[in-house]
Ligand binder design. Structure first.
Ligand code: GUN
Length: 284
């Protein structure tokens, strides 16, 4: 039987609806949640992501501000902009669109964002809180992927989870979230030997590699939940890391690209922004 589709369009629409209700409740109490996105340069992929984020804000009633900065700016200019947004009471979430141009130090810039306004969950404090099981802001893509995994209703206790990719923004936080769900977690990466022996054991397989067609049917366990985080462009068409047509014949559940995890990333950004505004109102 072919895999069931985990539909990011449907799932994210439901989340956006809940966000819109929470935004309306905050507005009733005199607070409009605000998100600021800093876009440095004009990378075409980043332009699309930023536009989608702005549309998500518009749809849910979140105030959004896009700050465009020239490709050639210096580190001090970027950090001064972040500090200005830290002080701005109309802004509850700050996001610096990555990647940044090569002359800029990404980690140093992210460290300037107030942890409570870090709606990406990339600040060291939030990364550390995730690691130690504390209450911080969780990175949007892994948070969205976990929502999709949970939606299958599978008991995750003791399940084998394999994450391919060890980035700070997807692979590592994804592994931590699955560990908190009591999965037995393996992180695979470019130096992993005999990748297939690992992936074939996975009840939950998450791919965040960035290579089209990387995960093939022979790498997947029968009935597995397969989450495709990849966003690749082949001949102008967007596709994920997973050979969807082949893998859907083996997996139990699968996310499509487009219309999968990407939609959830934006939905979770809106959730993180509304939560930041709710915390502000509660005085936390
Ligand atoms: N670039 C690609 N994905 C992301 C993301 O989730 N957040 C930010 N800030 N930049 C990105």
């Amino acid at each position: 039987m072919p895999a069931k589709i985990l539909d990011g369009k449907v799932m994210s629409a439901a989340i956006r609806e809940q966000v819109a209700c929470r935004v309306a409740a905050l507005k009733d109490r005199g607070l409009t949640p605000g998100l600021a996105v800093i876009l440095v340069g004009n990378d075409p992929a980043s332009e699309i992501y930023v536009r989608n984020k702005r549309n998500g804000c518009e749809e849910t009633g979140i105030y959004s501000r896009t700050i465009r900065m020239a490709e050639t700016i210096r580190q001090e200019e970027l950090e001064a902009q972040i500090e200005e947004l830290n002080r701005d009471d109309a802004i509850h979430g700050i996001l610096v669109q990555l990647p940044l141009p090569a002359q800029l130090d990404e980690q140093a810039a992210l460290a300037k964002i107030l942890p409570e306004k870090d709606v990406d969950g990339f600040h060291l404090i939030n990364a550390g809180l995730l690691m130690t099981g504390g209450k911080g802001v969780t990175a949007c893509t892994p948070k969205g992927a976990l929502h999709m995994i949970r939606s299958t209703g599978t008991d995750l206790n003791g399940k084998e989870a394999v994450v391919i990719g060890r980035s700070n923004i997807v692979g590592k936080p994804m592994a931590m979230l699955l560990l908190h769900e009591n999965c037995t977690v393996t992180i695979c990466h470019s130096r992993t030997k005999d990748l297939k022996t690992h992936t074939r054991r996975a009840d939950i397989l998450v791919s965040a590699v960035g290579r089209a067609g990387f995960v093939t049917a022979d790498m997947v366990k029968e009935g597995a939940i397969v989450i495709d985080v990849g966003i690749n462009r082949v001949d102008g068409k967007v596709c994920g890391d997973v050979d969807f047509e082949g893998v859907k014949e083996v997996a139990g559940w699968i996310t499509p690209v487009p219309g999968g995890v990407g939609k959830m990333t934006i939905a979770m950004l809106l959730v993180n922004t509304v939560e930041a505004a709710e915390r502000k109102l509660a005085g936390d």
